[in-house]
Write a protein that binds this ligand. Structure first.
Ligand SMILES: [Zn+2]
Ligand SMILES: [Zn+2]
Length: 298
């Protein structure tokens, strides 16, 4: 079966994803062995060792049990879902219920991450959680590369001199954090937009769910971003690349793109990509249909 996920290279990073509000959101970073949300559990996410789950809405979290079950089925390590501490117990219970339904347990690893905490996925690569504004337990994530740099005052020291200092317990290095990719999940604007490791990440994945002028109230109630909010938000961001996620199915993607372009100045438009934008000439998918009204959160 052809992949549902789009595959892009943005700011030097490979980003695969499928993201439509209320339907499915999953972003896979294959080079980092990390994914943001799991959507309905596509194979690209199943092969990834660390899933960072932003919140419990079904369009982001439906595939959690399937993820662990598939990994057991194909005989690889259980993998890991990183989530807000308040989601860990419900997820544990979900896995217990699935064990009853399936007749056997699927090995799983759930890691609690509170806002401001970090989790090291491989040497020098950290995921830091931050609080977003979507109601309930929800998190954004920033992937940070930590490089160890020699302090400038020791730049002219020889190797043996440095070794000697080190042996005396002198701290000759400092950590340099490089925020690579940040993902805000579902959220309205909030203080997190001013965090260094969010606004300076090389790539920021930011939702902009609603576009229709009649949908402002819907955005406020569901705690999502409306296109009207974006000019002020972009003014706070220093990211060279901003990737728009979670566009509602109530607005055709081409229309959302036109409205974004019209709302933003040329410089902000230049640094923007729509995650679901297909390359010219590729076939549009049939989901470009406005569904009926629904009360389900997304
Ligand atoms: Zn959603
Ligand atoms: Zn949501």
């Amino acid at each position: 079966m052809a992949s549902r996920l789009l595959d892009k290279r943005i700011g030097g990073h490979r980003i695969q994803g499928y993201t439509r509000a209320g339907e499915e959101s999953v972003i896979v970073l294959p080079e980092m062995n990390l994914a943001f949300d799991v959507g309905r559990g596509p194979s690209e996410a199943v092969s990834i060792d660390y899933i960072c789950l932003t919140h419990g809405h079904m369009d982001h979290a439906a595939g959690v049990a399937y993820y662990f079950s598939q990994r057991c089925f194909i005989g690889i390590s259980p993998g890991c879902v990183v989530a807000h501490p308040r989601l860990i117990e419900p997820l544990r219970r979900l896995m217990d219920v699935w064990a009853l339904i399936e007749g056997h347990p699927s090995p799983h690893r759930l890691v609690a991450l509170a806002p401001g905490e970090e989790f090291e996925t491989r040497r020098g690569l950290f995921v830091r959680g931050f609080e977003v504004n979507h109601g309930g337990p929800c998190l954004g994530f920033s992937v940070i590369e930590r490089r160890r740099k020699l302090k400038s005052e020791y730049a002219d020291y020889s190797g043996p001199q440095l070794v000697e200092l080190k042996s005396k317990g002198v701290q000759i290095t400092r950590d340099l954090d490089l925020p690579l990719i940040a993902y805000c999940g579902d959220t309205a604007a909030g203080e997190f937009l001013d965090l260094d490791y969010v606004r300076n990440a090389q790539v920021l994945l930011l939702e902009c769910t609603f576009y229709d002028p009649d949908h402002v109230k819907r955005a406020r109630v569901g705690k999502h971003i409306h296109v009207n909010d974006l000019p002020a938000i972009m003014g706070r961001l220093r990211n060279p690349h901003v990737v728009i996620t979670h566009v509602t199915r109530r607005t055709a993607l081409a229309q959302a793109k036109r409205m974004l372009k019209a709302k933003l100045g040329p410089e902000d438009w230049q640094r923007m990509t729509l995650m679901m934008d297909r390359p010219r000439g590729s076939k549009a998918r049939p989901e470009e249909v406005v569904p009926g009204e629904s009360g389900a959160p997304g």
